[in-house]
Design a protein around this ligand. Structure first.
Ligand code: ADQ
Length: 737
């Protein structure tokens, strides 16, 4: 039975060793909860690091740790202190983390850390490969493991791999500053499905893929030569029931059963009529905007002094990544800020900020969530932010106000919160004022809507949605019904070719025999291609036809001495062997006068594009343009042209980075079929890479061997990955004797 393999940096296990005794318990984090329906009944395994380096684990406990983890269906990846330093504290948290959160000034790019990141990613990938069996589904998590999907893909090309990024994906302008940006993107593209919390992260990622790797992107589908990758957003939810139940249980507790913290919080409430408690909880991280929050609170007390002694900020900062210098500096900054503001505003019986730098047990977290009046969550950047969602889930009496930064992914789904810009202290202080003043029925209205949404889209639904989408990518593979030409299929085709008495080959040029280059005039045939085509023409009873959208000039010059039939401008011109160019179709070109100026306005407005004027068609090339602007303008131009030509016998062809307008009576299929009229062929072969070649595939006789270059939607029977593979097949034809 196939299983799910989950991979994350840390295992969902808590480990402690006290007086030589080992204790391992499953952790209750959101991810673990979300995946519980997959991670049970032995139907899944979870691979990750246990949280202690090799030298921190006593020799006599190593075996026991492995076994105990195994009991929880977890497989441990061992990491040394050096590996953790370079991979985790280094590249992951001094490089990727600040960059992806737009803190470019904090990024450190170090070759040794990059080495460590690659090596540790390889270690995780190997751990997966060791346990992978055909049919298994693999789900890789987060920014520490960006290279893993492709490392698995290289060894297991047919595996189903999902990747989810828990932090933001930055804009292309920021991402491009990373020295190893290509490697990181290629690593991620090993997956079949890539998930982000929000659509914004998704579009930033797609933009980087388009601009850096130059892959063709159609909506949220990335077309790689051999497969497609789907990108989508899945906003992560919380274990709603757990928080709701805990809150109900908490409110039912008798006075003497309440925690010390709860009793202290109750006293605060009683200390002054109308006293308000503002809560802030996060890991101590510079992305969370803790310093901003304190400054905004100071601003609030100055702007609304009537709340002095009536409002308190309860701030819980959970220690995090203290091995990274930026975090040590941040700790110092927060300590000083809290000290300064408390010094400035405190009175004998009131301190404005209660500050705790520690982790707290779950029960205390619930005490805080349920006792406060306002949650003030102001990250500068945050992938999602689950604290905001947890706060809402615990408000079973429907009271409370959430003030949330619009820079948190959660803000996209929580528009009923008071959304603020974390850098605007005035706006934050007004939001605090608004929250304090908000009437209970308005609080109830807002909380009710939020709760309904969070309850429905909880963490389990999030995980299920991702896994279902990942399952569906298996079907995507079948959308492309064309079959990859394997070694065996190639031999079969060559055998057919060999046996045939009369053969004809229709070969497209750009993107099929040669790769695309920025300047089409530079795509001349190299020596080995000329030799290859010449050797094909030397075979008996074999006609070679180069069929292209190009004009007669370059094709004619390049293939002057080679005995091939040339078809130019998609079928307008033909040059038979030993003859001059002649018109194959009677076509008009008087329409060009009126269409040319329209295209010229697009050339002027779109840097990197140019107009190619052929004798019977006009082509607008946008390969060198900014990829996104190019696509937008192409769709705009196509729309304009289609409007203009509606009463003419013309059509607009959407080729590979080119829009071409020409007579609708002409296409490659029609031109090719004309050549078949004169002779009986028992082997017809057609190969091409773009939309214009589909006419060949559709209009040639059914027995034709049709081949698409690249994995795209096509009417062809087969496909090949790239031009090298095309040349390899043609060499097979050339060597039949
Ligand atoms: P984090 O940056 O850690 O997560 P967040 O989403 O707020 O941020 O999650 C924090 C979690 O820790 C919450 O579930 C919370 O209950 C828990 N927690 C907070 N304080 C605690 C305490 N004192 N003791 C114990 N537990 C505590 C990263 C990204 C986020 C993204 C998540 C999930 O940075 O943007 O939302 O992953 O994808």
């Amino acid at each position: 039975m196939s299983k799910t393999i989950i991979l994350s940096n840390r295992l969902p296990l808590q480990i402690s060793i006290e007086s030589g005794k080992l204790d391992i318990t499953p952790s209750v984090g959101g991810l673990a909860t979300g995946l519980k329906s997959f991670h049970k009944d032995g139907n899944s395994i979870w691979i990750g690091w246990i949280g202690l380096t090799e030298d921190e684990i006593p020799e006599n406990l190593k075996e026991e740790i492995i076994n105990k983890a195994r009991e929880e269906d977890c497989i441990t990846v061992n990491l040394s202190a050096d590996e953790i330093e370079g991979f985790y504290y280094g590249f992951s948290n001094r490089g990727i983390w600040p960059l992806f959160h737009y803190f470019m000034e904090f990024t450190e790019w170090d070759t040794n850390q990059w080495e460590a990141y690659q090596n540790v990613n390889r270690k995780y990938a190997l751990a997966i490969l060791e346990h992978y069996e055909e049919g298994d589904v693999i789900w890789v998590h987060d920014y520490q493991l960006l290279l893993v999907p492709n490392m698995i893909r290289e060894q297991q090309p047919n595996a189903t791999i999902g990747f989810f990024n828990h932090i933001p994906f930055p804009s292309y302008e920021v991402f491009r500053t990373m020295p190893w940006r290509e490697e990181i993107l290629k690593g991620m593209l090993g997956a079949d499905l890539i998930g982000f919390h929000t659509y914004d992260y998704e579009r930033h990622f797609l933009s980087s893929v388009r601009r850096i790797l130059m892959h063709q992107v159609d909506f949220n589908i990335i077309n790689l030569p051999e497969r497609i990758v789907k990108v989508d957003s899945f906003p992560m939810g919380i274990d709603y029931d757990k928080f709701e139940k805990a809150a109900i249980k908490n409110s039912a507790l008798k006075e003497e059963k309440k925690s010390d913290l709860q009793q202290k919080l109750d006293q605060h409430q009683e200390s002054a009529p109308g006293a308000k408690l503002i809560l802030s909880i996060d890991r101590l991280d510079y992305t969370k905007g803790i310093a901003n929050r304190i400054r905004a609170f100071e601003y609030f007390l100055e702007k609304y002094p009537q709340y002095i002694e009536k409002v308190r900020l309860f701030m819980l900062a959970v220690p995090s990544r203290s091995g990274v210098p930026q975090y040590q500096l941040l700790k110092k900054e927060i300590d000083e800020l809290v000290g300064r503001i408390n010094g400035k505003f405190a009175s004998v019986n009131w301190t404005p900020i209660w500050y705790f730098y520690r982790s707290m047990p779950f029960e205390n977290l619930i005490d805080l969530y349920t006792s406060c009046d306002i949650a003030l969550i102001t990250p500068i950047r945050d992938g999602m932010n689950l604290v905001a969602k947890e706060f809402i889930a615990t408000r079973t009496d429907k009271s409370g106000v959430l003030i949330l930064s619009e820079m948190a992914g959660a803000a996209q789904e929580m528009s009923e919160a008071l959304l603020i810009n974390p850098n605007n202290y005035n706006q934050i202080s007004d939001a605090i004022h608004h929250a304090i003043q908000m009437p209970p029925d308005e609080q109830e209205k807002r909380v009710t809507i939020l709760q309904k949404r969070l309850k429905r889209y909880n963490v389990e639904k999030w995980a299920n949605d991702f896994m279902n989408a990942l399952e569906n990518t298996k079907e995507n593979r079948n959308v492309f019904q064309a079959k990859l030409i394997s070694e065996t299929i190639q031999q079969e085709i060559i055998e057919k070719f060999k046996k045939a008495k009369n053969r004809i080959l229709f070969l497209d040029y750009d993107g099929t025999l040669v790769n695309f280059v920025n300047n089409p005039e530079h795509a001349f045939p190299d020596e080995s291609l000329i030799t290859l085509i010449q050797s094909l023409t030397k075979l008996k009873n074999t006609k070679v036809v180069l069929i292209s959208g190009r004009d007669t000039k370059s094709l004619g010059e390049w293939w002057l001495k080679t005995p091939v039939v040339l078809i130019a401008e998609h079928g307008v011109w033909i040059r038979k062997i030993g003859k001059d160019w002649s018109l194959s179709e009677k076509v008009q070109n008087n329409w060009m006068e009126s269409i040319r100026p329209v295209i010229e306005t697009f050339v002027d407005r779109t840097p990197g594009t140019f107009l190619e004027e052929k004798s019977y068609s006009l082509a607008w090339h946008y390969r060198k343009a900014d990829p996104e602007l190019g696509e937008i303008r192409a769709s705009e131009l196509s729309h304009v042209l289609k409007g203009l030509i509606s009463n003419h016998d013309l059509n607009v062809l959407d080729g590979n980075k080119v829009l071409e307008i020409k007579s609708s009576g002409v296409n490659k299929g029609k031109a090719a079929n004309k050549l078949l009229l004169k002779k009986e062929y028992d082997f017809i072969f057609a190969i091409g890479d773009d939309w214009t070649d589909e006419y060949l595939f559709k209009e040639l006789p059914e027995s034709t061997v049709t081949v698409k270059v690249g994995m795209k939607k096509t009417a062809a029977t087969y496909y090949l990955k790239d031009t090298d593979k095309v040349r390899n097949l043609l060499s097979g034809f050339a060597q039949i004797n």
